[in-house]
Design a protein around this ligand. Sequence first.
Ligand SMILES: [Zn+2]
Length: 554
Amino acid sequence: MLSDLETNLDVYVDAMSVTSTDDNEKHTHQYFDNVPYTVSPVKGTPGYIQTAGGIKFAWKFEVQMQHNWYEAAVTLGEDGSYDVPFVADWTSDFSPSEEPSSSPNYRSPARYAVFPWGVNDPSEANRSVEYEREDPIASPVGWHTVFDNGTSKFLNLTTTLGNNVLAQENWEGYHPVDAEHHDTRFLDHKRPDAGEKLEFDYIYEPSPRDTETFVRRYINASISQLFYTANMYHDLLYHYGFNEEAGNFQDFNFGRRGKGRDAIIAYAQECGKRNNAEFSTPPDGYRPHCRMYLFYNQSYIAQPVKDSSFDTGVVIHELTHGVTSRLTGGPLDSSCLNSPESAGMNEGWSDFLATMLRDRVDPFKYDASFYVGAWAASNDTGIRKYPYTTDKHLNPTTYSNLNDDYYQDTHPKGTVWGQMLWEVAQNLVQKHGYNENMFPSVENQPTVTGKFYRPVTYNSEGKPNPLIPIHGNTLAIQLIIDAMKHQKCNPTFVDARTAILKADEGRTNRENRCHIWRGFAKRGLGRYAKRIGSGASLTYVEDFTIPPECVESS
Ligand SMILES: [Zn+2]
């Protein structure tokens, strides 16, 4: 790079251009375009800094290169000499040895025989052939390519090991999370190898004889499904802001900040427990474990043992635990959903997102009902007391249910929160409509708008404002993810409601404030709802009031 710069300095300087931005009639920033080896315009800000030789005038530059993001100060002497008194690299996950020495070799996208994205479980549709997403933003090297630290090269793999998800069986039972030692025992477990063509096409033939031994016949289909669902969710949430900097789950972070080496270790047909699924989340930089157990229902003749990796709602519920844990209180703190109230809400977010991502038979039907885990549990009404629905006859839960014995357990408590989020989201769908495609286009981000996002607007510094999804369901997901990022550690219902209102303020300038308030107030978390007392005397007082400015508007 250095010799290239020396040789071609004039060419590079000629190609550069400068734009100033006007902030309160002062030129506070300048953007330098076409700076060699950078991936975005270099922002320059004039000011004064403290140096060994006293206070000096300096330009501060923010320089984003492919694998590093530097902040540097440059001072100018009266004789035209210059000095660089300060350089910092904002990229925390890159040591020089981790810089790739080459791009991955080309390969075609993998194919999977799976229940496609949006299908909640096998009762809703048949399997079809789906392709690995080609998403240069969320998964720049795809789902089956990993970075080898030893050779500094990308390797194309033919199994269900990749940069976001490491999927396999776990018939021999539980491995505790051993974050500190970077657990590699998962590597010894079985997983499908689809060969060079990457065709993950395996039998899935459930039958009335499905004992534990029988379901093992379709382990490869199960692992492929779990791998597909977890990668789709990784790519989807990347576009809503669960990226490297926010603490997402990837072994290699492409120099985009955050800590790497934390792809999800996902176990299909995990033994040791029944009728359950789990996700354990250590802090950023350590791999989480996702465990999908078998569900047993001896009274259900058609298929007595079910493999929960095929119940996508249950899988997304588990994966969402990782998201909420990393986002609440920041990616380095995994203990911010530990109070009884926030641990309950943790379950609510998981139910909510799993339900939001289901395909709708009629997406505009405001009062449709959705049951969680019905297929896995072989039970029409699922594993929760009520369905998620805006119909209060079918789901009457409100804030004061938190006082009831039944709602002291984490999952019931979570349904109260999940139902509130559901009301808010359906109000936004009523207002802004429904987008069946919850993935934004991946071309030309972040400027592509129109079908998914509203047109870009710019702030007073000339920088683009955060994009706003056009439709109600995508906007609801965006606001709820935004809110997780700035809500406090161990939030209460009231804290998390405040965070969602603030997220709407930041993203849409309070455009949806009244629709959000109405959703919460319908379920008793209105303006004057509060907690009284503490410990055994803690009481939740519900309230159905909305702010006065929301009463008249519709
Ligand atoms: Zn859960």
